[in-house]
Design a protein around this ligand. Structure first.
Ligand SMILES: Cc1ncc(COP(=O)(O)O)c(C=O)c1O
Length: 426
């Protein structure tokens, strides 16, 4: 039976059968067959990472070490997304529209359980940038108020506060980054010293995208809370990498993107809003198709959305949980340790990321001697390795961010390539 001759019931049956069967023959997945991940390959403490790796489309000779920027999704996620998207165009009957619309609430439940908070506190955004901006849009701040930022924060955080400060008349103060990472105590004291009676908001990155510095999120949020200050933790680099427990960290706001470390669909993200903030937080947008629970009923009206992506975001959270977020964190950290050790052995490499595990996670940045970072990234591409470059005069260099889909061979390849460029030039 051809796809076009199927009736509605056939479709329902086919899609209930699950992704790979339904999409067999789809051009995007031609020649690709992901082996089923069984519980035997996902034993706690003995995960078969090669099996996990085989869920992704990258051929074995491509080493993607760029999780801090954009992650690949497992084939199953791409298949689900593609199936739901084509079905939306092929047979968009009202029952399917409501089924896929309702999936947003399922994703909300999954996100809440994953972050250990309540679904009433979860907003599903388009990315971290939007989530951060919703926070700077949604708080009543004005003349006399101060916002305390960390100097390295992403533009969606720092540039937003500065521009809105100019508009609304509040002041933005900065805690400067220090390299190498001077330790959690240093930053706790630096933030404490910078707080004044006028400080209303304190915001920092859980894990920095610049030097890969890990911040004492729980302690900084506790400091803010003890002074009646609102905390925003930018989790773009921790969500999907670390085993983030918001019931322990207790921020007022936490933001993240699905397309980074969670390996979920593009252009979906999350904003956690502590229930204690709901009364004091304004929506940024008013439109139809709000969420159905808690804050999402008033703050998530964003008009027509990519419902297949919202559904698939949840599917991907289930995928991460089937492996275990603690396993994923440990694996990524291990690979980062190997990378740091290997790169540190190369003469002329200057590491920006701290070696101590309590000061970093899996974002690794370094200066490859006098080599031009952009040319290094281009050479790495020739060698089948995906990395990011950082230009400018402030901690310029290369960023590798290994994740659970990488194998040791990816790390070895990257270290070998950098060593070769350093020895022989580009
Ligand atoms: C710390 C941090 N915050 C926010 C963002 C923005 O993420 P997105 O582009 O998904 O909105 C990034 C992106 O790299 C980031 O590293």
């Amino acid at each position: 039976m051809s796809r076009s001759s199927m009736n509605r019931r056939d479709f329902t049956r086919l899609f209930a059968m699950g992704g790979s069967t339904a999409l067999l023959g789809h051009p995007s997945f031609e020649g690709f067959a992901a082996p089923t991940l069984t519980s035997a390959s996902l034993q706690p403490g003995a995960v078969d990472w090669q099996q996990v790796r085989s869920q992704f489309l990258m051929p074995p000779d491509v080493s993607v070490l760029n999780a801090a920027n954009l992650c690949p999704s497992p084939a199953r996620v791409l298949e689900t997304l593609s199936e739901y998207t084509s079905r939306l165009d092929r047979a968009p009957f009202p029952s399917f529209r409501s089924e896929i619309g309702a999936a947003k609430e399922r994703t909300r439940d999954l996100l809440a359980a994953y972050l250990r908070v309540t679904p009433e506190e979860i907003l599903i955004t388009r990315n971290t940038s939007e989530a951060n901006n919703w926070v700077s849009n949604g708080l009543d701040l004005g003349p006399g108020d101060e916002v305390l930022i960390f100097s390295d924060n992403h533009p969606s955080n720092n540039q937003a506060w500065k521009a809105k400060g100019e508009r609304h008349g509040y002041t933005v103060r900065e805690v400067a980054q220090v390299n190498p990472h001077p330790g959690a105590e240093y930053y706790l004291e630096a933030f404490e010293r910078a707080i004044t009676p006028n400080t209303r908001v304190l915001t920092f990155m859980h894990l920095s995208n610049t030097a890969g510095d890990l911040f004492p999120a729980k302690e900084l949020c506790a400091l803010a809370r003890s002074r009646g200050i609102v905390s925003l933790v930018d989790g773009a680099q921790s969500f999907g990498l670390l085993d983030v427990d918001l019931s322990d960290i207790q921020p007022d706001f936490f933001s993240g993107s699905s397309h980074k470390w969670p390996c979920g669909p593009k252009e979906t993200g999350v904003l956690y809003v502590n229930s204690s903030m709901h009364e004091a937080f304004w929506p940024s947008m008013y439109s139809a198709y709000t969420g159905q629970r808690g804050l999402s009923r008033t703050h998530e009206g964003m008009g027509q959305r990519d419902t297949p992506a919202l559904h698939t975001f949840g599917t991907q959270i289930e995928f991460l949980q089937s492996i275990g977020q603690n396993e994923i964190e440990a694996r990524s950290r291990d690979l980062a340790t190997q990378l740091i050790e290997g790169l540190n052995r190369i003469e002329g490499v200057h590491m920006w990321t701290p070696a101590q595990p309590e000061r970093r996670a899996a974002v690794v940045t370094f200066r490859p001697g006098e080599l031009d970072p952009r040319r290094v990234v281009a050479a790495l591409e020739e060698d089948g390795i995906v990395a990011a470059a950082r230009g400018g005069s402030d901690r310029s260099g290369i960023r590798f961010s290994p994740h659970f889909y990488n194998m040791e061979v990816d790390v070895e390849r990257a270290v070998e390539a950098i060593g070769r460029y350093m020895r022989t030039g580009l």
